[in-house]
Design a protein around this ligand. Structure first.
Ligand code: ZN
Length: 183
């Protein structure tokens, strides 16, 4: 066989080896859907929000996007909570769990308390909202429990743990919820 024929044969074989069939594998446990983490207190980091009108369309779910951090077993695993606008006390609890009070926390001067930071987008369409502010990248401690949704196991946030210094004396009227899970 001439040299260039040998070379051609070699290259064809090599190409075939490179294009060998392979299998698309998934994790056997994850096959059952996202698996909940065991109940406990987790450190989470805020990556942003994906706000959306609720199904009825009369309230907004802020849908904070958080993932577990400082945890070798569950590093990067997302946790979900809707943070609905109809329950302002939970929004306050959420904010305090990142160690920050609400802006205008005491509602002085007739102004309402608000999450620190700004929102861009069409005010009437929450899906366009984009948050920038001090909560981004901050960490919080959340207590998580295991519940079920439509027969499948899932995590629920039992409470956002307040880390605002002197919260009880600075804001004596605030009662943080210790159990947000609906019975
Ligand atoms: Zn607090």
């Amino acid at each position: 066989m001439r040299y260039h024929d040998k070379l051609k044969q070699y290259n064809t074989k090599r190409k075939r080896e490179k294009q060998m069939a392979f299998q698309f594998k998934v994790d056997a446990d994850e096959l059952k859907g996202p698996q909940p983490v065991p109940a406990g207190v987790y450190t989470v980091r805020l990556k942003g929000f994906k706000p959306k009108l609720s199904k009825k369309g009369d309230t907004t779910n802020l849908n904070p996007q958080v993932e577990i951090c400082d945890n070798p077993l569950f590093e990067g695993k997302p946790l979900f909570t809707s943070l609905n606008s109809a329950i302002p006390s939970f929004i306050n609890d959420f904010c305090h769990s990142f160690g920050l009070p609400m802006d205008n926390q005491l509602g002085e001067g007739g102004l309402d308390p608000q999450l620190p930071g700004d929102w861009d987008g069409d005010e009437t369409d929450p899906s366009t909202w984009k948050y920038t502010g001090p909560l981004l990248g901050r960490t919080a401690q959340w207590e998580v429990v295991e519940g079920t949704y439509q027969g499948k196991p899932k995590n629920e946030i039992r409470c956002f743990i307040c880390t605002v210094p002197n919260c009880a004396s600075e804001y004596p009227d605030i009662r943080h919820s210790t159990n947000m899970v609906r019975e």
